[in-house]
Design a protein around this ligand. Structure first.
Ligand SMILES: NC(=O)c1ccc[n+]([C@@H]2O[C@H](COP(=O)([O-])OP(=O)(O)OC[C@H]3O[C@@H](n4cnc5c(N)ncnc54)[C@H](O)[C@@H]3O)[C@@H](O)[C@H]2O)c1
Ligand SMILES: [Zn+2]
Ligand SMILES: [Zn+2]
Length: 367
């Protein structure tokens, strides 16, 4: 079938909206009509060259839609299901899946980074040449073909734009708090970066019962947004940020410090902002090949823990429905996260708005 999709060719060249060919789902694959796709910074890392990927590629990895066709052997998903798309499919059988770390699944990681399906081929093409799938999803497109584990059914009462955000920002942010850090009630939390991911960390920290949530951003608009999602102390980033965090935490530093930007120099500040015995959680994706200078002597003597958090250490089949239920119960105010919607043709404008930082999350809607 012919579909409209946004294509990435090379860093610095705007996304091109083009007609592509999408082949039918093969065994174990599902065809989904995309309803909404979130504008996450991880796709933008392609544009700056911070993340390198085989091209041409259709980006988009925060999506939701309705199942229209299933391939042979698909048993869990039915036509008509509303699904949030999972960008880290897992096999259920490898070492990581068996040890409750499905976001690290070893079976899918190769094809995922090769931009293909499990058989090493793409379903997307243009004039007979392959077009690659970003993170198994490629959902800046009217339709997607994805492996079955990418489809997580959600109740139809959950609006599809909300389901889309559960597909990345929410699961990444809330999961970093609940699954990776396991923030204890009453703790102090600092969050650097209040974009879609950082705001989700703030929501997660509130849900976990943090007594103080300090949100740091370079953008003044984000301070107001952060407060709306539960930050108790929004701060404008400055040279004195670490001192301000210490002052707010009886001179110690925060119990948990989250980095949701992806800048090595900010990751370094996070270590200073964490108290002795505290934890630094790196959620932002820094450029491939970059290094972060974290002094080992401080980590040792002050027993600080530094950990990464990938997709909120999620088990998506368990966590997507959990977050959907918390949303329906009014405990995750996800409606406020969707601050502006766009058509696919406006994708470059949507990314420009993300970069100016005046919006929480932009969402592309498909008619
Ligand atoms: N770990 C994961 O699994 C995962 C998943 C999704 C996204 N990410 C990454 O998380 C990061 C954030 O994604 P997002 O979609 O929320 O991005 P975003 O662009 O919406 O938000 C980033 C925020 O950081 C702020 N910022 C920029 N420089 C700053 C600085 N020096 N100090 C303080 N604030 C600063 C911006 O003003 C903005 O509000 C990206 O690196 C993205 O790739 C990681
Ligand atoms: Zn994302
Ligand atoms: Zn696995």
């Amino acid at each position: 079938m012919k579909i409209k999709a946004a294509v990435f060719y090379e860093p610095g060249v705007p996304f091109q909206v083009e007609m592509l060919e999408l082949a039918a789902p093969q065994a174990g694959e599902v065809l989904v009509k995309v309803a909404a796709a979130g504008v996450c910074h991880s796709d933008w890392h392609l544009m700056t060259g911070a993340t390198r990927h085989v091209t041409p590629v259709v980006p988009g990895h925060e999506g939701a839609g309705v199942v229209v066709q299933v391939g042979e052997g698909v048993s869990r998903i039915r036509v008509g299901d509303h699904v949030a798309l999972n960008w880290a499919p897992s096999c259920g059988r490898c070492f990581y899946c068996l040890n409750d770390r499905p976001s690290l699944c070893a079976a899918y990681i190769g094809p995922l980074w090769a931009g293909t399906m499990m058989d090493g081929t793409t379903r997307l093409s243009h004039n007979g040449q392959p077009v690659y799938h970003f993170s198994a999803l490629a959902c800046f497109a009217e339709y997607v073909v994805v492996p079955e584990p990418c489809c997580i059914p959600l109740p139809q009462e959950v609006p599809l734009p909300i389901a889309a955000l559960i597909g990345c920002a929410v699961t990444t942010g809330v999961g970093a708090v609940l699954n990776t850090a396991r923030v204890k009630p009453g703790s102090t939390v600092a969050v650097y970066g209040a974009g879609g991911v950082g705001l989700s960390i703030i929501m997660g920290a509130k849900l976990a019962g943090a007594s103080q949530i300090i949100a740091i951003d370079t953008n003044k608009t984000k301070a107001d947004l952060a407060r709306q999602f539960g930050a108790t102390h929004p701060l404008l980033a400055s040279r004195d940020t670490t001192a301000a965090i210490r002052q707010l935490t009886e001179g110690r530093g925060a119990d948990y410090v989250f980095e949701a930007i992806g800048l090595p120099q900010v990751q370094e500040q996070c270590l200073e902002a964490a108290r002795p015995g505290g934890m630094v959680v790196l959620v932002g994706v820094s450029p491939m090949g970059s290094g972060t200078n974290l002094p080992g002597a401080i980590i040792t003597r002050q027993e600080k823990t530094v950990t990464g958090s990938y997709y909120g250490s999620a088990n998506t089949a368990r966590d997507f429905p959990l977050y959907a239920n918390l949303y329906r119960a009014g405990q995750l105010p996800l409606d406020g996260l969707v601050s502006r919607t766009y058509s696919l043709e406006q994708i470059n404008e949507a990314y420009a708005d993300m970069l100016t930082g005046h919006i929480a999350r932009g969402v592309i809607l498909f008619p």
